[in-house]
Ligand binder design. Structure first.
Ligand code: IPE
Ligand code: IPE
Ligand code: MG
Length: 250
């Protein structure tokens, strides 16, 4: 099944270069099985492992995973600290395998907000994999797009104040360069699991012309087949970027 889906996708040829995913629905997955919310986060890691592997295998260049938002700090303290511990134990357990598979790890967001051991675990993983040339796996951690935009505005304002640049030099390129995603192309495909149809403060600037794919599957249920189906659907879309259909198909 998945084999033939893979074949179809690769034959069509226009694989998304960058896939971003809002991994939502862990808590509801657990609830629907009468399990504590936390077991949804644990099962969600199995989806992460599988999606990372498949993206690497089919040749996706960038995968950005919304792992923890700026607003997720407002969850009950017990859940927040359990997620932070899970983050650390997962990265410690998985990093060797990621490295072996040529994955290059990076993060976006305010890493300084993380507890120091979780932050250090991430930094160690980034350092270990920094020369890898396979899949770029980018984890959005303590990430909020509005906060990212404000940070960019402040950085630009600093440069103007110090005389490094002038106001009329502000452009889309300059703005993009001051975001966490400076060296990353905009996402081609943005997937949201868990049935909600909202962006929840994720990649507001970067997703201006991204194709959205929403699914009712909870994140722990989202595996190879679901990913391949989302890519197949993406491949049927016509990206017009404001132009007419005739223009872009010419
Ligand atoms: C996504 O699942 C994981 C995080 C936001 C950390 P949720 O925990 O939001 O699951 P639901 O939306 O409550 O089902
Ligand atoms: C978005 O999910 C954040 C992550 C998946 C990390 P949320 O569960 O926090 O989103 P809302 O609160 O339902 O919008
Ligand atoms: Mg949620």
């Amino acid at each position: 099944m998945s084999k033939s889906l893979r074949k179809q996708i690769l034959e069509r040829g226009d694989l998304p270069t960058h896939i971003a995913i809002i991994m939502d629905g862990n808590g509801r997955w657990a609830k629907s099985r009468n399990l504590p919310r936390f077991s949804g986060h644990i099962e969600g890691i199995n989806s992460v492992r599988e999606i990372v592997r498949v993206c690497g295998e089919i040749g996706v260049s960038y995968l950005t995973l919304y792992t923890f938002s700026s607003e997720n700090w407002n969850r009950p303290q017990k859940e927040v600290s359990a997620i932070m511990k899970l983050l650390l134990s997962t990265i410690k357990k998985e990093i060797k395998n990621l490295h072996k598979n040529n994955v290059r790890l990076s993060t976006i967001g305010n890493l300084a907000d993380l507890p120091s051991d979780s932050r250090q675990g991430m930094l160690d993983g980034i350092e270990m994999t920094k020369n890898n040339l396979g899949l770029n796996l980018n984890l959005a951690l303590s990430y909020g797009s509005r906060q990212e935009l404000l940070r960019a505005v402040r950085r630009i304002a600093d440069k103007i104040q110090s005389g490094e640049m002038t106001q009329d030099q502000i452009s889309e390129e300059i703005m993009s360069r001051e975001l966490y995603t400076a060296n990353v192309p905009d996402p081609d495909l943005l997937i949201r699991t868990g049935g909600e149809a909202r962006i929840s403060n994720f990649l507001l600037w970067q997703s201006a012309y991204t194709e959205f794919y929403m699914t009712d599957n909870f994140w722990p249920e989202f595996r190879e087949k679901e990913l391949l189906n989302s890519i197949l659907e993406y491949q049927t879309r016509q990206r017009r970027f404001g132009q007419t259909g005739e223009q872009v198909s010419a």
